[in-house]
Design a protein around this ligand. Sequence first.
Ligand code: MBD
Ligand code: FE
Length: 282
Amino acid sequence: MTVKIFDTPQVQDFLNTVAGFDQDGGSERAKRIVHRLLADLYRLIDDFDITPEEFWATASLMNELGKGSQFGLLAPGLGFDHYLDMRMDAEDEARGLSGGTPRTIEGPLYVAGAPVAEGITRMDDGSDSDSEVMWLTGQVRDTDGRPVAGARVEIWHANAKGGYSHFDPSQSEYNLRRTIITDAEGRYRARSIIPSGYGVPEGSPTDRVLKALGRHGQRPAHIHYFISAPGHKHLTTQINLAGDPYTWDDFAFATREELLVEGRPIDDAAEAEARGLEGPFT
Ligand code: MBD
Ligand code: FE
């Protein structure tokens, strides 16, 4: 039998008590936020006639997410990371800050403390001889187009199986994770291997939520960047390797037109030398 109790004074008084409105201590902001959150959820329980079994199954799913440290993986799948980006974009626009490479989400797989190199580095440990060599080169410029020397470029990406070191026990520590300090011209160069897209682990709690929505947990091939320099706003972004079937079907909603990069074969040794694409690596 469907009952509706949310709009009764008893329930409204009860919500106020639960959110600490009758107490002096605590934080006003926390009280107001928890009150809103609980009100929305209580109303949802009424409107969808959520059964106790459904409620406790959800509690159990949340426990599993926590045990597997997976809330950070489900969050982008539910659009939270991209929604926060949309809010920061709107804030920048309202402040008149525009131009430059657009931001996109960090994701849950960054690890601090990667090896630091000056100007040029090699990111892969050389253990994966089947993967194709990839060079990442670029120049950090400020919004007036001036090169930024000494900027920190942190790069991390998956291997050809879509796995990230630290989370994938088959890889060495900090494989495919480096920090490069830009040279006098603001440039960085990194030798690495071409990554594949990431897929949410089959059967994981995140996968079960996505499956319930009829969705997949695939990301297109991508490379993460943090760019920072004193006196400049931190940039969190990614590039996408063009041509991936998931480019516009990313479960984490991170693709942006301006971040699509068309790879290009370098088969001319003279060009490679002219562009400084060789060791020694620091
Ligand atoms: C990833 O590699 C990633 O970048 C995001 C956002 C989510 C899961 C895996
Ligand atoms: Fe990623």
